[in-house]
Design a protein around this ligand. Structure first.
Ligand code: ZN
Length: 191
Protein backbone atom coordinates (compact mmCIF):
# COMPACT_ATOMS: atom_id res chain seq x y z
CA UNK A 1 0.00 0.00 0.00
CA UNK A 2 1.29 3.41 -0.87
CA UNK A 3 2.27 5.56 2.02
CA UNK A 4 0.34 8.79 2.09
CA UNK A 5 1.79 12.16 3.00
CA UNK A 6 -0.43 12.13 6.11
CA UNK A 7 0.92 8.76 7.32
CA UNK A 8 4.49 9.92 6.75
CA UNK A 9 3.86 13.18 8.60
CA UNK A 10 2.24 11.41 11.55
CA UNK A 11 5.12 8.96 11.94
CA UNK A 12 7.73 11.68 11.51
CA UNK A 13 6.05 13.83 14.16
CA UNK A 14 6.23 10.94 16.60
CA UNK A 15 9.91 10.24 15.88
CA UNK A 16 10.92 13.88 16.08
CA UNK A 17 9.17 14.27 19.42
CA UNK A 18 11.07 11.15 20.59
CA UNK A 19 14.40 12.63 19.49
CA UNK A 20 13.65 15.82 21.41
CA UNK A 21 12.63 13.82 24.47
CA UNK A 22 15.86 11.78 24.36
CA UNK A 23 17.79 15.05 24.34
CA UNK A 24 15.83 16.27 27.37
CA UNK A 25 14.04 18.82 25.24
CA UNK A 26 10.46 18.22 26.28
CA UNK A 27 7.86 19.54 23.81
CA UNK A 28 5.20 19.30 26.53
CA UNK A 29 7.14 21.59 28.89
CA UNK A 30 8.71 24.24 26.65
CA UNK A 31 5.90 26.08 24.82
CA UNK A 32 8.32 27.02 22.01
CA UNK A 33 8.88 23.33 21.31
CA UNK A 34 5.22 22.34 21.39
CA UNK A 35 4.63 22.46 17.63
CA UNK A 36 8.23 21.73 16.66
CA UNK A 37 7.73 18.04 15.79
CA UNK A 38 4.94 19.03 13.41
CA UNK A 39 6.92 21.86 11.81
CA UNK A 40 10.04 19.74 11.37
CA UNK A 41 8.01 16.86 9.92
CA UNK A 42 6.44 19.16 7.30
CA UNK A 43 9.76 20.71 6.45
CA UNK A 44 11.39 17.29 5.99
CA UNK A 45 8.61 16.02 3.76
CA UNK A 46 8.62 19.20 1.66
CA UNK A 47 12.37 19.39 1.32
CA UNK A 48 13.30 15.73 0.99
CA UNK A 49 10.30 14.88 -1.15
CA UNK A 50 12.66 15.34 -4.10
CA UNK A 51 14.56 12.19 -3.18
CA UNK A 52 11.54 10.08 -4.24
CA UNK A 53 11.00 11.90 -7.49
CA UNK A 54 13.61 10.39 -9.69
CA UNK A 55 12.09 11.99 -12.74
CA UNK A 56 13.90 15.11 -13.80
CA UNK A 57 11.85 18.27 -14.31
CA UNK A 58 10.65 18.39 -17.88
CA UNK A 59 12.78 20.88 -19.77
CA UNK A 60 12.12 21.46 -23.43
CA UNK A 61 15.15 23.03 -25.06
CA UNK A 62 14.63 25.66 -27.75
CA UNK A 63 15.74 24.71 -31.25
CA UNK A 64 18.78 26.56 -32.50
CA UNK A 65 19.87 27.15 -36.10
CA UNK A 66 23.25 28.14 -37.39
CA UNK A 67 26.90 27.34 -37.01
CA UNK A 68 29.23 27.25 -34.05
CA UNK A 69 27.61 28.32 -30.81
CA UNK A 70 28.94 31.00 -28.52
CA UNK A 71 29.43 30.21 -24.87
CA UNK A 72 26.41 31.02 -22.69
CA UNK A 73 27.08 31.75 -19.03
CA UNK A 74 24.41 31.64 -16.33
CA UNK A 75 25.94 32.99 -13.12
CA UNK A 76 24.91 33.41 -9.48
CA UNK A 77 22.05 30.94 -9.38
CA UNK A 78 21.30 30.37 -5.67
CA UNK A 79 20.81 26.87 -4.27
CA UNK A 80 20.15 25.23 -0.90
CA UNK A 81 20.89 21.64 0.03
CA UNK A 82 21.85 19.51 3.04
CA UNK A 83 24.88 17.29 3.46
CA UNK A 84 24.22 13.57 3.26
CA UNK A 85 26.47 12.84 6.24
CA UNK A 86 25.01 15.10 8.92
CA UNK A 87 21.89 16.62 7.36
CA UNK A 88 23.34 20.09 7.86
CA UNK A 89 22.78 22.77 5.24
CA UNK A 90 25.16 23.77 2.52
CA UNK A 91 24.17 26.59 0.24
CA UNK A 92 25.60 29.05 -2.18
CA UNK A 93 25.70 29.91 -5.84
CA UNK A 94 26.04 27.99 -9.04
CA UNK A 95 27.73 29.28 -12.18
CA UNK A 96 27.08 27.36 -15.37
CA UNK A 97 28.52 27.67 -18.84
CA UNK A 98 27.60 25.75 -21.96
CA UNK A 99 28.32 25.90 -25.65
CA UNK A 100 25.07 25.05 -27.47
CA UNK A 101 24.90 22.84 -30.48
CA UNK A 102 21.33 22.50 -31.78
CA UNK A 103 19.46 23.40 -28.59
CA UNK A 104 19.28 26.35 -26.23
CA UNK A 105 18.10 26.15 -22.64
CA UNK A 106 15.37 28.46 -21.37
CA UNK A 107 16.45 30.95 -18.74
CA UNK A 108 15.03 29.11 -15.74
CA UNK A 109 16.27 25.64 -16.73
CA UNK A 110 19.55 25.69 -14.83
CA UNK A 111 17.77 26.73 -11.63
CA UNK A 112 15.19 23.98 -12.01
CA UNK A 113 17.77 21.24 -12.55
CA UNK A 114 19.81 22.54 -9.65
CA UNK A 115 16.82 22.61 -7.33
CA UNK A 116 15.78 19.10 -8.37
CA UNK A 117 19.14 17.62 -7.43
CA UNK A 118 19.65 19.84 -4.36
CA UNK A 119 16.45 18.72 -2.61
CA UNK A 120 17.81 15.53 -1.13
CA UNK A 121 20.71 14.55 1.13
CA UNK A 122 23.64 15.52 -1.05
CA UNK A 123 27.36 15.96 -1.41
CA UNK A 124 28.45 19.14 -3.12
CA UNK A 125 30.70 17.18 -5.50
CA UNK A 126 27.89 14.84 -6.50
CA UNK A 127 25.43 17.71 -6.97
CA UNK A 128 27.94 19.41 -9.28
CA UNK A 129 28.38 16.26 -11.38
CA UNK A 130 24.65 15.53 -11.53
CA UNK A 131 23.80 19.02 -12.77
CA UNK A 132 26.53 18.84 -15.42
CA UNK A 133 25.26 15.44 -16.63
CA UNK A 134 21.65 16.63 -16.63
CA UNK A 135 22.62 19.63 -18.80
CA UNK A 136 24.33 17.31 -21.26
CA UNK A 137 21.33 14.94 -21.39
CA UNK A 138 18.87 17.80 -21.79
CA UNK A 139 20.53 20.05 -24.37
CA UNK A 140 23.34 17.94 -25.89
CA UNK A 141 25.69 20.93 -25.94
CA UNK A 142 29.23 20.89 -27.32
CA UNK A 143 30.29 21.26 -23.71
CA UNK A 144 29.04 22.22 -20.27
CA UNK A 145 30.71 23.35 -17.06
CA UNK A 146 29.23 23.71 -13.59
CA UNK A 147 30.94 25.55 -10.74
CA UNK A 148 29.40 25.54 -7.25
CA UNK A 149 30.56 27.81 -4.44
CA UNK A 150 28.94 26.95 -1.16
CA UNK A 151 29.13 27.46 2.59
CA UNK A 152 29.22 24.10 4.34
CA UNK A 153 27.64 24.44 7.78
CA UNK A 154 28.88 20.92 8.40
CA UNK A 155 32.41 22.34 8.51
CA UNK A 156 31.45 25.58 10.24
CA UNK A 157 29.27 24.26 13.08
CA UNK A 158 31.03 20.99 13.87
CA UNK A 159 34.53 19.64 14.44
CA UNK A 160 37.23 22.11 13.50
CA UNK A 161 34.70 24.95 13.02
CA UNK A 162 36.59 26.21 10.02
CA UNK A 163 35.13 28.74 7.63
CA UNK A 164 33.36 26.45 5.23
CA UNK A 165 33.51 27.85 1.71
CA UNK A 166 33.99 25.05 -0.77
CA UNK A 167 34.27 25.26 -4.56
CA UNK A 168 33.58 22.30 -6.84
CA UNK A 169 33.42 22.01 -10.59
CA UNK A 170 32.50 19.51 -13.28
CA UNK A 171 33.40 19.90 -16.95
CA UNK A 172 31.96 18.01 -19.91
CA UNK A 173 32.76 18.05 -23.63
CA UNK A 174 34.76 21.03 -24.87
CA UNK A 175 35.22 22.35 -21.31
CA UNK A 176 37.63 19.52 -20.66
CA UNK A 177 40.04 21.62 -22.74
CA UNK A 178 41.87 24.27 -20.66
CA UNK A 179 41.24 27.04 -23.20
CA UNK A 180 37.44 26.75 -22.85
CA UNK A 181 37.69 26.56 -19.06
CA UNK A 182 39.88 29.66 -18.97
CA UNK A 183 37.41 31.53 -21.13
CA UNK A 184 34.60 30.51 -18.75
CA UNK A 185 36.52 31.78 -15.72
CA UNK A 186 37.41 35.01 -17.56
CA UNK A 187 33.73 35.56 -18.32
CA UNK A 188 32.86 35.00 -14.65
CA UNK A 189 35.49 37.50 -13.48
CA UNK A 190 34.38 40.20 -15.89
CA UNK A 191 30.62 39.82 -15.52
ZN1 ZN B 1 28.21 16.75 6.73
Amino acid sequence: MERTRETTLRELRWHIAEILRLLHLDPTRDPELRDTPERVAEWYVDFFGGADREEEPEIVPLAREGGEGEMIVVADVPFYSVCAHHLLPFFGKAHVGYVPDRALLGLGSVGRLLEHYARRPQLQERLTEQVADALVRTAHPRGAIVLLQARQLCMEMRGARKPGWVTTSAARGCFQEPSWREEFFRRLRTR
